[in-house]
Write a protein that binds this ligand. Structure first.
Ligand code: PLP
Length: 365
């Protein structure tokens, strides 16, 4: 794919929104490692299993690609601040890029936000408010969006919410994942890319990226894109199984932070890709996701969030069902770092033997 000599995502500026070099904010996002599995692939009988380590981004998730483009775009348009809402990772990411660009960031969060995720927003000095009842009451939710709308128009603020439905310009940053994958495989597409799906923005961005790849590169193939959801919040996968164009309605009972999104904002776009035959859906129980989180760490040295480990639960399921086979080139998008959800890290640690305290003399012979 076309590359300039800039670093990170700006290497692909020709395929991103037009932003002057002065306003292209970067903290070193993108250009993330593509790592081949040394153990788990062999254990499953997969010869070509790869991890795309989005956890290596500056704030620990792929949301940095969106924040980099979104905050730069806000600067380019002369906006005075950014405003939005988040369940966690997007907030940390936008807070970091807003800090770097000197723009204030006004953030409204759920009353029940994970304390660890809130801390990451606060250290970057965002102006955060928890909203009473936000996350439980639909009425409060719609008032939050009314407030965001009002403030953004009145004060010339950029609305930065990480879904195509709200900010398609910022979401263009996600496409760079696909360009990097194509280049990492030496100018080829992999066979299947397993993508965690909450609102569907990550999936949709990767699909748009591979559309660009197919358009710009002679003979390039569009890979199968696999939409992976928690069985407790699988409104898109259920709709795909029924052959429908819109996500089915229904609440979330999933415990996977980042994937508890019952009103999938970009669900329609995901279903367009799947219904066109360019991929399929997998839904997996949370217990399977948790055991894969542990196995990824202990067998392949990859500590990620449950929202990323879910892709391996889906790989195992797809292999058993014959949707992928031993020679398929398979990529799991490891969307976020393990430290994002320390409660889950603690849960894994609790299953291991306690760390012993010993006298060094007792170890010497
Ligand atoms: C945001 C997020 C997702 C889900 O992305 P959507 O665009 O909402 O589908 C998955 N994993 C991590 C780590 C995230 O931060």
């Amino acid at each position: 794919m076309i590359r300039s000599n800039k670093s990170g995502i700006w290497k692909y500026e020709a395929l991103l929104p037009n932003i002057s070099t002065d306003n292209q904010v970067t903290l070193g996002e993108g250009n993330t490692p593509l790592v081949k599995s040394r153990n788990i692939g062999r254990e499953l009988g997969l010869n070509h299993l790869y991890y795309k380590l989005e956890s290596a981004n500056p704030t620990g998730s792929y949301k940095d690609r969106i924040a980099a483009v979104g905050v730069s775009w806000a600067l380019e348009q002369g906006k005075e601040a950014c405003i939005g809402t988040t369940s966690g990772n997007a907030g940390a990411s936008i807070a970091a890029y807003a800090a770097s660009s000197g723009l204030p960031y006004h953030l409204l969060v759920l009353e029940s936000i994970l304390e660890a995720k809130l801390m990451q927003v606060v250290v970057y000095d965002a102006q955060v408010k928890k909203i009473k009842g936000f996350g439980e009451s639909a009425a409060v939710g719609s008032k939050v969006f009314t407030y965001i709308d009002e403030q953004s128009v009145k004060n010339n603020w950029e609305v930065l919410i990480t879904a195509f439905k709200f900010n398609p310009t910022a979401m263009m940053g996600v496409k760079t994942i696909s360009y990097e994958l194509f280049n990492d495989f030496g100018g080829q597409s992999p066979d299947a890319v397993f993508i965690p799906v909450g609102g569907g923005g990550l999936f949709t961005g990767i699909a748009k990226g591979f559309e660009d790849v197919v358009q710009h590169e002679k003979d390039a193939r569009f890979p199968s894109l696999v939409a992976v959801q928690s069985a407790g919040c699988s409104n898109i996968v259920q709709a795909w199984k029924l052959g429908e164009a819109e996500p089915v309605p229904g609440d979330s009972t999933s415990q996977i932070s980042g994937l508890q999104v019952p009103n999938s904002l970009d669900g329609k776009e995901v279903l367009e890709v799947l219904n066109a035959g360019n991929g399929w859906g997998e839904s997996v129980p949370d217990t399977s996701t948790w055991s894969w989180q542990e196995r990824l760490a202990s067998r392949d040295g990859i500590l990620c969030e449950p929202a990323s480990a879910i892709t391996m639960a889906a790989v195992e399921q797809a292999l058993q069902a014959g949707r992928i086979h031993k020679d398929s080139v398979v990529v799991c998008v490891i969307s976020g770092a393990g430290y994002k959800d320390m409660g889950r890290v603690q849960a894994i640690v609790n299953t291991k033997n306690e760390v012993p305290l010993v006298e060094i003399d007792s170890l010497l012979s």
